[in-house]
Ligand binder design. Sequence first.
Ligand code: ADP
Ligand code: MG
Length: 238
Amino acid sequence: MGSLKIENVKKAFGPVEVLKGIDLEVTDGEFVVFVGPSGCGKSTLLRVIAGLEDSTSGRVVIDGADVSATPPAKRGIAMVFQTYALYPHLTVKNNMGLGLKQAGTPAAEIDRRIGIASSMLSLEPYLERWPAELSGGQRQRVAIGRAVVREPKLFLFDEPLSNLDAALRVNTRLEIAQLHRRLKATMIYVTHDQVEAMTLADKIVVLNAGRIEQIGGPMELYNSPANEFVAGFIGSPK
Ligand code: ADP
Ligand code: MG
């Protein structure tokens, strides 16, 4: 299970309101992509969902339960960042298992989950290596693997391909799509790349200056943009 409901979420940093009332429903197993220009509030919205940032008002509901006051580690969420955020002093295997170890998961269960995730992501040859020995694409796969082993209800990806070169972006995008099919997990994915949005999304959420401009399937937005902003973002190749 991994349904999400966001109700009138607002977030201000001091006097600046960055999220101006976001309402959104994500059904279990859906792949939802947030798109919008730099600074429109995509990362802030992900961080509010993850609990890394408190909203100023509104509610975040996961599987019917209000988690607005639930700490990040207890929300059943795993997040993948643009910068991978691996620990340089831990091997690939220990990077993947650290969160589970901290949560008190038995070692045999940690090993079992790392075995499955590393096979899905073709990481078996690298388990005893250090992050510094890996390419950017491999590091991002480790970060994705670290999310997978936690068996979250909800995966959050914040521009996970932005630091990769063009060929790796395509490969890693396909791997994420395959992961979604295999795990049937709910995924929320932030990008400013039109191709990523169109190819990955069941549903695209177009954000602009802290508000949602339109929500719809890729072809729906492409064929029937609600306004010029959406047309400019989805319609024109960049
Ligand atoms: P996006 O991910 O869409 O590029 P962000 O959510 O990172 O946008 O940022 C939205 C706005 O909120 C930006 O103007 C940014 O400067 C501001 N912002 C984000 N985090 C903070 C923070 N911790 N303190 C103050 N302002 C912030
Ligand atoms: Mg961002």
